[in-house]
Design a protein around this ligand. Structure first.
Ligand code: KG4
Ligand code: ZN
Length: 340
């Protein structure tokens, strides 16, 4: 089965073709630059950019895979959560093409896409597993029993990890989205010069809080001369703080659940310092750890094509009404009735 995937939930237009026998055949991504000068995503600009890019990208991906429209068996698009206007672009194109090509379509939950993206890597995890989902909008510890059966064990009470990266990066004068820039800056830093607080670590639950960290960094910056060296040292201590918090909570989650497979996904899972720290934890706890391929950590069409394929192969499909879910709790998802 060959599935065309369309991701348009925020500021990236991602298109890919997934073949259930051969894996990803082609993919393309357009990361919108129009938001940079505003220091954050402007929803109206995002929708306009998606409208311009989505069809040319679909043509480019079909051509790269040397396929024609009649070779596609289904279309998966991001139904939510995300920006309403941006989601509408993907949903409308998907339903329009599905109707014209007479093939089924499926609306995919964006976070299910992220959660399953590690299955595009080798070796792929098998169910059940414990997942740490760290993106620009979400920070969650999830018990994943099987496709569509997700229990949230803990989450951020305020900012998401990606948001904390982006806000701290902004304070350090780095461009949006700041996560990857902060990672680069931290490489030359001494993580031990500053010491930041680690909120909620003493608590037994699996929730996080990151907004105080940003305030703390703002205070440090206010009091410190912002030389290149200090900036790098702040970035390095910031990364170490996040790594510490994530590792402590994941350790607790592993002990509480007894699950020995760990999956880390979402945009921030591209961060190599965090990958290293979480891998060391997994090794110590004798767990297997899995990450998505680097290019499929941040928003992309491949994860949507893959997640959609899993559901289409189990005979799930949407009707041709154009619906999006800007707010859509992951826990509302259900396992497909039929097995593949
Ligand atoms: O999953 P994603 O592409 O979009 C959402 O669904 O939110 O995640 C984007 C987030 C941004 O906050 C971005 O700064 C962060 O992931 N990010 C990183 C890195 N790459 C992306 N954060 C830290 N280190 C990175 N290498
Ligand atoms: Zn995402």
């Amino acid at each position: 089965m060959r599935i065309l995937g369309i991701e348009s939930s925020c500021d990236d237009t991602g298109i890919a073709i997934y073949d259930s026998e051969r894996g990803i055949l082609a993919d393309a991504l357009y990361s919108q630059l129009s938001h940079q000068k505003y220091g954050g995503v402007v929803p109206e600009l995002a929708s306009r950019d998606h409208i311009q890019k989505v069809i040319p990208l679909i043509s480019a991906v079909l051509e790269a895979a040397q396929l024609k429209s009649e070779d596609i068996d289904g279309i998966a698009y991001t139904k939510g959560p995300g920006l309403a206007g941006a989601l509408m672009v993907g949903a409308t194109i998907a339903q329009g093409l599905g109707f014209a090509w007479k093939i089924p379509t499926i609306g995919v939950h964006h976070l299910e896409g992220h959660l399953l993206a590690p299955m595009l890597a080798e070796p792929a995890p098998s169910f059940p597993f414990l997942a740490l989902l760290i993106s620009g909008g979400h920070t969650q510890i999830i018990s994943v029993r099987t496709l569509g059966d997700y229990e949230i064990l803990g989450e951020s009470l305020d900012d998401a990890v990606g948001e904390a990266f982006d806000k701290t990066a902004k304070l350090l004068g780095l461009p949006y989205p700041g996560g990857p820039h902060l990672e680069k800056l931290a490489q030359n830093g001494n993580a031990k010069k500053f010491q930041f607080p680690r909120p909620l670590l003493h608590r037994e639950d699996l929730n996080f809080s990151f907004s105080g960290l940003k305030t703390h960094v703002a205070n440090v910056i206010h009091k410190t001369e912002l030389s290149d060296e200090n900036k790098a040292d702040i970035a390095a201590q910031f990364e170490e703080t996040i790594a510490d918090i994530l590792c402590k909570k994941m350790h607790r989650a592993l002990l509480q659940t007894g699950i020995s497979r760990l999956v880390v996904a979402g945009g921030v899972s591209a961060n190599l310092t965090l990958r290293k720290a979480l891998s060391a934890l997994a090794e110590k706890e004798e767990c297997h750890i899995y990450f998505p391929p680097l290019k499929y950590c941040t928003d992309n069409g491949a994860m949507i094509a893959y997640a959609g394929a899993q559901r289409l192969m189990r005979d799930e499909k949407s009707d041709f009404s154009i619906q999006v879910r800007p707010r859509w709790p992951l826990s509302e998802l259900k396992a497909p009735e039929k097995s593949a």
